[in-house]
Design a protein around this ligand. Sequence first.
Ligand code: NDP
Ligand code: 2IT
Length: 449
Amino acid sequence: MPDLDPVLQPVYEQVLRRNPAEAEFHQAVLEVLDSLGPVVRQHPEYVDARVIERICEPERQIIFRVPWLDDTGRVRINRAFRVEFSSVLGPYKGGLRFHPSVLLGTVKFLGFEQIFKNALTGLPIGGGKGGSDFDPKGRSDAEVMRFCQSLMTELYRHVGEYTDVPAGDIGVGQRELGYLFGQYKRITNRYESGVLTGKGLGWGGSQVRREATGYGTVIFVEEMLRTRDRGLDGAKVVVSGSGNVAIYAIEKVHQLGGTVVACSDSGGVVVDEEGVDVEILKQVKEVRRGRLTDYVQERGGVARHHSDISIWEVPCDVALPCATQNEMDEQGAQALVKGGCAAVAEGSNMPCTPAAVRVLTGAGVLFGPGKAANAGGVATSALEMQQNASRDSWTFEYTEERLAEIMRGIHERCAATAEEYGAPGNYVVGANASAFRQVADAMLAQGVV
Ligand code: NDP
Ligand code: 2IT
């Protein structure tokens, strides 16, 4: 465990006591507190107003039962959560995750990260997150619809364009958002486009939202590489995962002249030395909801599937974890360093364990933390909210340029704040300190609420 500032240590101990058995939440809090020593020494007013204790305690936590009928007529019961963490900068904003591993602590870690990520975008959005232990894998469209309708039958009371605006995350894409939006509209009798983001293009969605997280992560890593006079052109890249974030990260790497030689899912790793074929990947994953083994078959002998290796063992110049939390451990990071990796940017939320981050940064690998590197998704969600509020829709080109500007801005802001605190090139310190100060100043201005 890192040595925390004496002012921060009791705060962390209180988080441990109050939130037992929520290891992911503890990990996310510790990573932020570890960056805040110099900030609290410079700003005793944050300590006096107990800003950090307040940030670590969600404003509201909602837990509810979601009963639904499967296709055989059997009753199924899931649990759903919405953790409304901080509304100091805007309505709570953050995705919904459907995955059997989802527990309250998972949603809390994601919601906590989201406060700072959303601040970094510079757009007026607070932090929240939700989800359920429902597993959409292998479920029919009708089952997913009934589940989403049942979930929204409770969730509708807590969300709204000025209150809390969910979007997608693992297991939640346009199909699920469509069913959720339809039920919200039916219950409330309001066409309130701004209540959800990630909607379809024909019914209030924004251009580039689908691509935004992956594209944004790649723009961020390109900015990091630029500080060392390098770029993605000609680079060999590995991208873990093969879902929404991974697919569009791969697409953008290829647009910038790099080659993605490996991707993965929970069943294994695909190595495709000629470069992953994104069109086939989209067809397999987005249209047919298939597996990477299907991708390998479609590639006709060019790609290989491995169920016994870690993706981080594939030598590369750049690695983009885009699957899930703690997917890269110390060993994974060591393998990357051995393979010559120069930069890692987190497309997923908290994919690198603290030990992995230490290995990477210790070896001089550029490291972009998720709350900065994957902020393009939520930033474009905020652009979708802007378009909904003004009943407008922007072109792909315009929206993509806004996204790129935002990502370059986040990079600059993190780099400048890291310098300010005597840690040049440390994007973890830069992201945490900069985002925290913005949130803390707004909390001071708004009183003890
Ligand atoms: P998807 O559901 O589209 O894809 C998730 C991918 O990660 C799949 O390839 C999945 O494999 C793999 N995966 C998920 N859970 C696990 C697990 N426990 N072990 C191994 N592999 C796993 O989700 P997204 O692409 O939307 O999200 C990926 C990450 O990016 C998440 O951390 C999410 O929080 C983060 N993120 C997403 C944003 C968005 O806009 N969607 C924005 C910012 C961050 P399999 O199919 O085998 O389960
Ligand atoms: O982790 C994330 O930032 C997301 N899943 C996207 C959240 C959003 O509201 O677009």
